[in-house]
Design a protein around this ligand. Structure first.
Ligand SMILES: [Mg+2]
Length: 412
C-alpha cells in the first residue's frame, strides 16, 4: 500500500486563532529584554512609522528559504542556479535560488520543466527536517525580541511591534540578528496592518526592508494589478480585468455597490477594502488546528472507485491515528479528488457526533467517493476531518447532517 500511495504525502493543517492564549504570551518573560526598546509612551513621543494609529505590524519572510538552508551547508553552490525539488516524475519545485529564477524557474514549476529550462542547474532533494530545524532557530530568535508573533508556515511570521517606541529600528536589528546567528537572509515589511506588512515585505526581495503607511502603500502599488494582493486570487483578478478593473487604484475607486453586485456583498466589499489597504485582522498568536487531512498523489493515475478505496482507507487510518494521538475528533468528514485534467473536487458530510474512528471515517469517505464516482482517472486523493474539538459540544443543528452540496468548497 505504501508504494501505491505515491510520492507526495502532505499533511494539511488548517488553522485558526485562539485568543485565550494571548495574555499568557504577553505575560511571558523573555531573555534579551534588556536589549529591547522601551514601550512607546502615551505622552506623545514621536514614532518612526507614520500613520500607524495604534498598530504597527511587521511581516518577516525568509528569502528563498529552502535553498538558503541548502546553501548554508553547501557554500560551494553559492552563485549557482540551485533548485530544491523531489525526484519523482511529477515533482514540483519547492524553491529556486534567485539565479535559477532568471531562467524562469519558480516555486511550483514542474521539476521536469525546470530541468529543461536550465539543464545546468543543481537539483537538490528537499530535506524538510532540516528546514523545520532552521525555522525553529529563526522563530526562537524572533521570540526573544518580540512578544506577539504569529508564525505562518516555516518561513514567515507576523510580528506585532505596536508597543515598541521605535519599531523600524527594532525590526532592522532583528533582521541583522537573524542573519548573524543563522546565516539566513530575510525581508521585512512594516505597516499599520498585516496586509500592508505582507505586501511591503514582498516589494524588495531579497534582503528587503520596506516601511509603508496605508496611503503610501496605495500610492506605491496603485498602478499594480489587483492580483498583487494576497486575498485576490487568479479567478477574481480575471473577473476584475474583464470588468475593466486592472489596477488597484481602479479597484479602490470602484463603488461598493458595483463590487457587491458583481462579487456578492462579502467578497465585493472585502476586495474593495483590500485595494485601499484596509485590514483589521488580528494576529493569531497561538494557533490550533480546526481540521486535519492526509492526501496523496499517485505515481500513475487510478481509475474507478474500487481501485481507489484501499488508498482512501489507508489515508483515513493514518489521519485517525494522528487525531487519536492528539486526543481530538471532528464531525465533518471530507474527501478531495484531483482528476487527470487537474480539476479538484471536494465532498463532505457532517456527522451527528465527532469521530476519530478509522472505520467511521473510512466508511463515510468511501460513501462520498462512491457517490462522486470520479468521471476521469484520479491523480490525487485526500481525506479530511474538520470541525475539530470546538464543534464537538456546539451543534447548531442537532441531528441534522448537512447535505454534501452545502459543504462543497469547505475543503481544499
Ligand atoms: Mg519566504
Amino acid at each position: 500500500m505504501g508504494e501505491r500511495l505515491g510520492q507526495v504525502r502532505l499533511c494539511c493543517v488548517q488553522l485558526h486563532g485562539c485568543g485565550a492564549s494571548a495574555g499568557r504570551l504577553e505575560a511571558r518573560a523573555k531573555p534579551g529584554r534588556a536589549r529591547r526598546l522601551l514601550p512607546r509612551e502615551r505622552s506623545g513621543l514621536p514614532i518612526s512609522v507614520s500613520d500607524i494609529a495604534s498598530r504597527c505590524i511587521a511581516h518577516l519572510d525568509l528569502d528563498a528559504f529552502y535553498v538558503s538552508v541548502e546553501l548554508a551547508r553547501r557554500p560551494e553552490l553559492r552563485g549557482l542556479p540551485v533548485v530544491v525539488a523531489g525526484r519523482s516524475p511529477r515533482a514540483v519545485v519547492t524553491t529556486a535560488s534567485y539565479e535559477a529564477r532568471r531562467f524562469g524557474i519558480f516555486s511550483a514549476t514542474p521539476a521536469a520543466q525546470a530541468r529543461r529550462l536550465c539543464p545546468e542547474a543543481v537539483f537538490v532533494e528537499p530535506d524538510f527536517p532540516a528546514y523545520r530545524d532552521r525555522s525553529r532557530d529563526v522563530m526562537a530568535i524572533v521570540g526573544e525580541e518580540i512578544d506577539r508573533v504569529e508564525t505562518v508556515g516555516l518561513d514567515e511570521a507576523y510580528l506585532d511591534l505596536s508597543d515598541l517606541e521605535r519599531p523600524a529600528t527594532a525590526a532592522r536589528r532583528l533582521k541583522a540578528t537573524v542573519r548573524e546567528r543563522t546565516g539566513l537572509v530575510c525581508s521585512i515589511g512594516i505597516g499599520p496592518n498585516k496586509l500592508v506588512a505582507k505586501v511591503a515585505s514582498d516589494a524588495e526581495k531579497p534582503d528587503g526592508f520596506v516601511v509603508l503607511s496605508a496611503p503610501e502603500a496605495r500610492r506605491r502599488f496603485g498602478g499594480e494589478p489587483p492580483g498583487l494582493l494576497p486575498g485576490i486570487g487568479p479567478k477574481t483578478a480575471a473577473r476584475l480585468a474583464s470588468l475593466g478593473i486592472d489596477t488597484l487604484d481602479r479597484l479602490a475607486a470602484a463603488p461598493e455597490a458595483d463590487l457587491s453586485g458583481w462579487f456578492g456583498p462579502r467578497l465585493g466589499r472585502g476586495i474593495g477594502r483590500l485595494a485601499r489597504f484596509e485590514d483589521d485582522r488580528a494576529l493569531e498568536l497561538a494557533r490550533t488546528a480546526k481540521s486535519e487531512s492526509r492526501e496523496t498523489t499517485f505515481h500513475t493515475d487510478f481509475r474507478g472507485v474500487p481501485a481507489l478505496l484501499p488508498a482512501l482507507e489507508e489515508l483515513g487510518r493514518e489521519l485517525c491515528e494522528r487525531l487519536r494521538a492528539q486526543g481530538r475528533a471532528g464531525r465533518t468528514v471530507g474527501i478531495k479528488v484531483r482528476l487527470d485534467d487537474f480539476s479538484t473536487h471536494t465532498r463532505a458530510r457532517t456527522l451527528r457526533e465527532a469521530t476519530n474512528d478509522a472505520v467511521v471515517v473510512g466508511s463515510v469517505a468511501g460513501e462520498l467517493l462512491r457517490r462522486f464516482d470520479p468521471p476521469r482517472p484520479v491523480r490525487l486523493l485526500g481525506v479530511k476531518v474538520a470541525g475539530l474539538d470546538a464543534s464537538v459540544g456546539a451543534r447548531t443543528q442537532p441531528g441534522r447532517g448537512r447535505s454534501d452540496q452545502l459543504t462543497l468548497g469547505e475543503l481544499g
